[in-house]
Design a protein around this ligand. Structure first.
Ligand SMILES: *Cc1c(COP(=O)(O)O)cnc(C)c1O
Length: 222
């Protein structure tokens, strides 16, 4: 199933759009199957799960961190991941910069926007995004390369559109600002339920889990 799912999604994505296979709770063998079917980027929410999967998949794909990163996991994360899509505070950026400096790496990051302004959710509020982009881009071992958003969860994907539109506006505005050391290149929006809407609103990275791997069974979480 995974192979067919990947093939269908890839054949339908417009050119220039990158697919991230959101792999939380999946077994390394399932992830490998997705990679063998053409997935180039794996998205992981947990460092420990990623380490397990990496043992099997290695560098046959790139690794994006898409979850909420804790400070005590940064040291491992910067070794494992090729991009961190979910930077939402100066504190976590500072730690990423420090740990990257120790291993001579410059980490590409996306700034996560809390486009729904949901108190309990990760991400910087839209009105504070520009300030955070400026501050994060000043770190020598971090490269800001775009924005990411989740948006509130809805049953009807159309309800996600305003949040994608708002994130796209921030993206366009920052691109125009031409900030030093900022490369506004990637806009990561949309999941299984909403990625078609996200594409219409300008996403060039989509993060898809269930449509590749099937429904998640959280009882299998490591
Ligand atoms: C789980 C997850 C996804 C994918 O969700 P699906 O609905 O399974 O496609 C995308 N992005 C993030 C940050 C996730 O945690």
């Amino acid at each position: 199933m995974i192979k067919q799912n990947v093939a269908r999604i890839l054949s339908e994505l417009p050119s220039g759009v990158q697919l991230v296979a959101a792999a939380k709770t999946r077994q390394p063998e399932e992830i490998l199957e997705a990679v063998e079917a053409g997935v180039k980027i794996i998205g992981e929410n947990y460092v420990q799960e990623a380490e397990r999967a990496y043992e099997v998949v290695r560098n046959r794909a790139e690794w994006h961190f898409i979850g909420h990163l804790q400070k005590n996991k940064v040291k491992k994360a910067v070794r494992l991941f090729d991009m961190i899509e979910s930077v939402d505070s100066i504190e976590i950026a500072k730690e990423i910069d420090k740990r990257c400096a120790q291993i001579g790496k410059v980490m590409p990051v996306l700034i996560e926007i809390n486009s729904g302004r949901e108190k309990q959710k990760a991400g910087v509020f839209p009105e504070n995004a520009e300030q955070l982009v400026k501050e994060v881009s000043a770190f020598p071992n971090i490269r800001v390369t775009g924005l990411m958003t989740m948006g509130p969860r809805f049953g009807n994907p159309e309800d996600s559109r305003p949040y994608f539109v708002e994130t796209r506006k921030i993206f366009d505005r920052m691109k125009k600002l031409n900030l030093p050391d900022v490369e506004m290149k990637y806009l990561s929006m949309g999941m299984t339920n909403s990625y078609k809407i996200a594409l219409e609103e300008g996403a060039n990275i989509v993060r898809i889990g269930s449509k590749i791997f099937g429904e998640r069974d959280y009882s299998k979480t490591t």
